[in-house]
Design a protein around this ligand. Sequence first.
Ligand code: HEC
Length: 116
Amino acid sequence: MKNTFFFILFISTIVALFAFAFSFSQSQDLDGKQIFIDSKCNNCHTVTSMEITSKKDDATDLSNASTIGDMPLMKSYLLKEAKINDQDHKVKFKGSEAELDALVNWLLTLKTEAEG
Ligand code: HEC
């Protein structure tokens, strides 16, 4: 009886550890800032407020990205399904839907203090 109890406790601990490690790695994968860098958005954009720099001299700074549009517009824009300022975006986002959500959620947090 005692052994059974410890065996079940042992298995539960292992399962819990795996669940924890898995959820941790998942949420790390879906860090919007990391997706921005992994997607090479910073080839053409800086986010100076986040210390993200670009090799391109005339890179557009996205430090105030939250003022550009709402979630649906930003998502469609990055999928080249909608235009901003009458223009398509240069590149189509190639990641998953979940990655796009995380990326846009992060962009929507970007706001420069000057614009208040
Ligand atoms: C090949 C260059 C290039 C890459 C790579 C690129 N962009 Fe852009 N992006 C542009 C250009 C050009 C514009 C529009 C003109 C401008 O505002 O400079 C633009 C505009 C934007 C805008 C709207 C800016 C505004 O003020 O209207 C957002 C938001 C944006 N890009 C996000 C991204 C994200 C997120 C990624 C990565 C998935 C990305 N871009 C990758 C070139 C690029």
